[in-house]
Design a protein around this ligand. Structure first.
Ligand SMILES: *Cc1c(COP(=O)(O)O)cnc(C)c1O
Length: 469
């Protein structure tokens, strides 16, 4: 990659005294910054000319992988296409330059947008009210659980501190419950990958009056539609608990069914996933929380102001662009695409739970285990062929999880291309396993030691220099 020529860090390009800017003429006179506010030494900022800066960042951006550059089947993350009209709407200056503290009579348009978006979300989910304050799905989970906690306290049910979470749940579910001061009770999955009703009944009999809520996502983390939700909801409601829906998997439900109708009382939506905001690498998010009528008075204070407004704008633009009829196609098409890939690959990749999936599914590595080629190797080899890797080693139910979510936007040709490459890698695993095990070969950086990187992260340039010295 030619950015090597220019250095990987802007600091490596720095030449003392070099400048890429010129300040406008000073019309305001001289002002000396008080001594006590000044640094003892100048900050070690890079000094570069403008063109060097432009080339450096342009070359870095060319190394980026995004939905706009290639297929991105990252399971659980819903990396769907982000229509460009959403960006245009979100950058309208009338909205973009809003300040959260400006007088209410000047923000009628923004308020109207939030009201209309709330109405749309209520229609799509079957719940009655939403708050837009949470900044991401996990923040929404915390907000939702705090709402539930407030509800129980208002009834004097101080002992309701246990949350039932399936063993297949996304890690944020137990984490949010713990942050909320709640205790996690894990319910097992049965051999079909669904919540084990016998285990649930046993847990409810054991913990009954201590149960605050049960958290679920549907389709669940294996991409399977949990068919027993009405029954589960009844069990939980009968013991006085509330049902929380992790809306990260709302995409395949769009236009098909609604969490509110299934018996969920509180949920969050990852607007950045289901309603299309670019969100790779921890980008902007929004995790609005919806509740059944009557629960809105228990919303906690989780952040000042109104949430991530630009993400709401994108979501609303997306909903309006599709309209009532088209939005009903999102879930079915996402489901069709996932099943097409699954069925086309299940003779070479291990499918631990057969049958119809929803928008995503999980393989347990290659079918032929004798080659020694792991899920990590397959994921790395995919990079050589220009694909983003699927989610790997999650969920934790299998040793070699490979979780694929194509989303609804992809053409049959794109899916066929991906299937062909996945089959090719399975073939390479047999004929030339070393090639796969040492991948990637075509990327600017080869295989990194992720254990070392996780255990001893070097996050600053200075540290890097010290370790080299
Ligand atoms: C993405 C995801 C979350 C967390 O959402 P963030 O917006 O990343 O905080 C929670 N649960 C599931 C199932 C998810 O896929």
């Amino acid at each position: 990659m030619n950015n090597r020529l220019y250095g990987n860090l802007i600091f490596e390009l720095s030449k003392q005294g070099r400048k890429g800017y010129s300040l406008p003429h000073n019309n305001f006179g001289e002002y000396t910054v008080p001594e006590e506010l000044c640094r003892a030494e100048d900050a070690a900022l890079p000094e570069c000319d403008e063109l060097t800066v432009v080339r450096h960042y342009t070359n870095l951006s060319n190394n980026n992988f995004g939905v706009d550059t290639g297929f991105y089947p990252l399971g659980s993350c819903t990396m769907k296409y982000n229509p460009k009209i959403n960006e245009e709407m979100a950058s309208l200056p009338q909205f973009q330059q809003l300040h959260p503290l400006q007088p209410a009579h000047t923000t009628a348009g923004a308020n109207a947008l939030m009201t209309l978006l709330e109405k749309s979300l209520c229609t799509l989910t079957g719940l009655a009210h939403f708050t837009f304050k949470p900044y991401a799905g996990a923040h929404g989970e915390l907000t939702g659980l705090m709402t539930i906690d407030n509800y129980h306290r208002s009834h004097g049910d101080m002992q309701r501190k246990k949350v039932i979470v399936p063993d297949s749940a996304h890690g944020t579910n137990p984490a949010s419950a713990a942050v909320c001061g709640l205790e996690i009770v894990e319910v097992k999955s049965n051999q079909h990958g669904m919540v084990d009703l016998d285990d649930l009944e046993r847990l409810i009999a054991q913990h009954g009056s201590d149960i605050a809520a049960m958290m679920m996502t549907n389709p669940n983390t294996l991409g399977l539609f949990e068919t027993s939700i009405p029954k589960i909801a009844k069990l939980v409601h009968d013991c006085g608990g509330l049902m929380y829906y992790d809306g990260a998997n709302l995409n395949p439900m769009l236009g098909v069914c609604r969490p509110g109708d299934m018996g969920f009382d509180v949920m969050h939506i990852n607007l950045h996933k289901t309603f299309s905001t670019p969100h790779g690498g921890g980008g902007p998010g929004s995790g609005p929380v919806g509740v059944r009528e009557g629960l809105q008075e228990f919303f906690p204070f989780v952040s000042p102001y109104y949430g991530n407004f630009a993400v709401m704008m994108r979501a609303y633009a997306y909903i309006l662009t599709l309209g009532c009829d088209q939005i009903k196609m999102v879930g079915p098409l996402a489901t069709l695409n996932a099943n097409y890939i699954k069925e086309s690959l299940k003779d070479v990749y291990e499918l631990p739970i057969d049958g119809l999936c929803c928008h995503e599914f999980v393989f347990d590595g290659l079918k032929d285990k004798s080659t020694g080629v792991t899920t990590m190797d397959v994921a790395k080899r995919l990079l050589d062929y220009g694909y983003h890797a699927p989610t790997i080693y999650f969920p934790l139910l299998f040793h070699e999880s490979l979780m694929i979510e194509p989303t609804e936007n992809e053409s049959k040709e794109t899916l066929d291309g991906f299937i062909a490459v996945m089959r090719k890698i399975a073939e390479e695993a047999k004929t030339d396993p070393e090639l796969v095990k040492s991948a990637p070969h075509n990327t600017p950086i080869g295989r990194v030691d992720d254990v070392l990187a996780a255990k001893h992260p070097v996050t600053t340039y200075k540290q890097l220099r010290n370790e080299q010295n």
